[in-house]
Structure formats: C-alpha cells, structure tokens
Design a protein around this ligand. Structure first.
Ligand code: ADP
Ligand code: MG
Length: 343
C-alpha cells in the first residue's frame, strides 16, 4: 500500500505547527507554559539553569538516504540532552526548530516528530516551542535543551586534577563503525533495484549510529555512589578530541592505556573489515555520546561498583602532555582527528 502523501503547502506554516504540536502535554512542574504564546515560561526556583543548542544540517550532519526521519528526530533531541547530562544536569525542556524544503510531505514531518516525541517521553522532557520555516536546500534542524543542576553539583570541563582517574561509560567507536557501514552500503540504498543492502548481524553498531542515548543513567549512578566527577564531557567528536578539551581547560596532561579503552566485539569486527585499528574508531570516530569524566583517585573503590564504567588512565602534570600508552609500553602523543564541521 502506498503511504499517504500530503503536501506541506496544503497545511501552511500555522497549520503545520498546530498539526505537529497538538496533544503535547507538559510533564514537568518547571514548565509553567509551553507551546502557544510568544515565549515559554519556566520556573527553576533556586536551581541553576543549563542551556545548550545544536544545529543539524542535511548533507553535513545527516544523510537522509539511510537515516529514517523518526531516528533523526530522536537523535536530534538526544544529542542536546547529552550536553545537559555532561554538565551533571537533569534535562527538562527542549525547543525544536526546523526549516524544510517542499520535497518533504506532512507525513515525513510527522515521522520526524514521532521521534522527537519518543525522545521527550523517554527522558521526561517537555517540548516547549520552536520555529518553523521553509528552506531552499534541504532539512535544517535546531534544538535547544534546558535543564538544571544544583550549583555545587555542576561539573565543568576544567576541574580535572593531577592523579585523578579518567573514566568512560559504555563502549566507544561503535557509532563510527555503524556510519562506515551505512556509507559503504549507501549506493545500494540509492539504487532502485530490488537488492536490499545487507545490514544483518550489525544491529549494535547501526543502533549506536542511528539511535544514540544520553547517559542520564550514569550520572544517576554516580550520584547514588556519592561520586562527584571533577570534570566531564560527552563524547561527540571522539575520545582524543574530548580528552584534549578536558586537559586544555583543566591545564593538565594525561595518560590513557590502549587496552583499557572499552570497545565492543561488533565494533572490532567491522573495524577489521575496514582495515582500521579498532582503537582508532574509538579515539577519532564520533557520536558515541558516552561520558568521559575524571574522579579523585580516592573514589577508585566506589567507581568499581558501577557497571559499565571503564577506568582508562589518569590525569598528569601538563608538562607530560597527552599520551596514549600502547600495550608494549610506547607513548604516543594524542592528537585531535575528531570530526570537524568547518573544514
Ligand atoms: P512566532 O511568530 O512568535 O515565532 P510561531 O507562530 O512561530 O510564533 O509559533 C507559535 C507557537 O508554536 C510558539 O509557541 C512556538 O514556540 C511554537 N512552535 C513553532 N514551531 C514549532 C515547532 N517546529 N515545534 C514546536 N513548537 C513550535
Ligand atoms: Mg516563529
């Protein structure tokens, strides 16, 4: 059966806004007023407010040939929530703005918003507004996320201290290998023949690329165990790039150990197919949205109790520089080769 296609022009701007935002109910008491007026109204009483924003451009940040719109909606929200989480904050609201070209149907935008709604429900976040415009070139998405933290619990990038342990959540490099796989199969996607790309057996890396999650669970567990990281960042551009941010802002050096970097077996397998050392995918690939953070050495016993966190090295004096130590004991200087939008 052919899917129904409604032209955007049939709805117009206001019709479309109403269509995609009707039956949105607010869930958080911090949201006083959401969609429907010139501005939303929020109340965070005595908490500090965190605000972050990201711009996603078709052809630069995502490719619609292999990205289902529902996943794109979900991911656009998640990458912003991840930034709030990386400050040790709790996300509460988002705004979602888009510019669409006429090649999109109302149903396509519905799919996109289905993903937005799923992410909002999953993370308990209110959609409180946005803006809608047309575009001559493709799809453009801008999301702003808001949340809160107690002042003494906000974790910046600049607080790492010598001897601190360096930790990462989950595993790294999978989202990058998922992207490599999708890029490789892209030609098959775009051909009109009956041949379907063979993506079977790669569920994990594909899900990591197409449907990442923000690690709210990790900051909850850290809190439960009484661990307050000294610095934290989410891994959007690859481990190397994020380590450089932390060390630069904290004015420190670091040592991390290759064999301690957590990498999933499926990531290793795909990296081997691409003749790429798996640690390169972890160091220089992006979009894992795991957390990289440092904790005082004295918290070592506590951190061992949390599943899904790896200690990968330690913070050193700035004079030592940033080093990756290979299994045979060689020191390799860490350099940023992460993803860069402005090239
Ligand atoms: P304005 O003229 O003040 O920009 P709009 O007509 O663009 O107002 O928007 C009306 C209401 O709908 C506002 O509350 C706005 O935040 C919300 N809104 C507009 N576009 C979107 C969107 N794409 N997603 C969610 N809310 C939206
Ligand atoms: Mg507007």
């Amino acid at each position: 059966m052919q899917k129904k296609v409604t032209l955007l022009s049939e709805f117009g701007e206001f019709g479309l806004i109403e269509h995609i935002t009707n039956n949105i109910k607010k869930i958080n008491p911090e949201t006083i007023y959401g969609i429907g007026d010139d501005a939303a109204v929020l109340d965070y009483s005595n908490k500090k407010i965190l605000v972050t924003t990201d711009l996603l451009v078709e052809g630069i940040h995502f490719n619609l040939i292999y990205t289902p719109l529902k996943h794109l909606g979900y991911k656009s929200v998640v990458v912003n929530l991840s930034d709030i989480v990386a400050m040790n904050g709790t996300p509460k609201q988002i705004t979602f703005s888009l510019a669409v070209s006429s090649k999109f149907s109302v149903e396509a935008i519905e799919d996109l918003y289905e993903g937005v709604r799923l992410a909002c429900n999953h993370y308990g976040v209110d959609l409180i507004g946005g803006d809608t415009s047309s575009s001559l070139t493709g799809l453009l998405i801008s999301v702003t996320a808001m949340g809160y933290a107690n002042e003494n619990e906000i974790v910046y990038r600049n607080g790492a201290k010598e001897t601190d342990l360096i930790c990462v959540s989950g595993d790294l490099g999978a989202a990058y290998m998922g992207l490599q796989l999708l890029e490789r199969e892209k030609t098959v996607f775009s051909e009109t023949s009956q041949v379907q790309p063979d993506l079977s057996g790669h569920d994990y890396i594909l899900e990591r690329q197409l449907k990442p999650e923000a690690r709210v669970d990790i900051i909850k567990k850290l809190k439960e165990k009484g661990i307050l990281p000294t610095s934290m960042i989410d891994i959007s551009d690859g481990l190397s790039s994020e380590l450089i941010h932390i060390c630069k802002q904290s004015k420190t050096g670091c040592r991390i150990y290759t064999e301690k970097i957590p990498i999933d077996a499926e990531t290793c397998k795909m990296a081997n197919e691409f003749n790429l050392p798996p640690e390169t995918a972890a160091l220089n690939g992006g979009e894992d949205y795991e957390l990289l953070f440092t904790i005082p050495l004295s918290d070592f016993e506590k951190i061992k109790l949390i599943k899904g966190i790896s200690v990968i090295g330690n913070i050193t004096n700035a004079s030592e520089g940033l080093n990756l130590i290979s299994p045979d004991g060689n020191f390799i200087q860490i350099m940023a080769q992460g993803w860069n939008a402005i090239k």
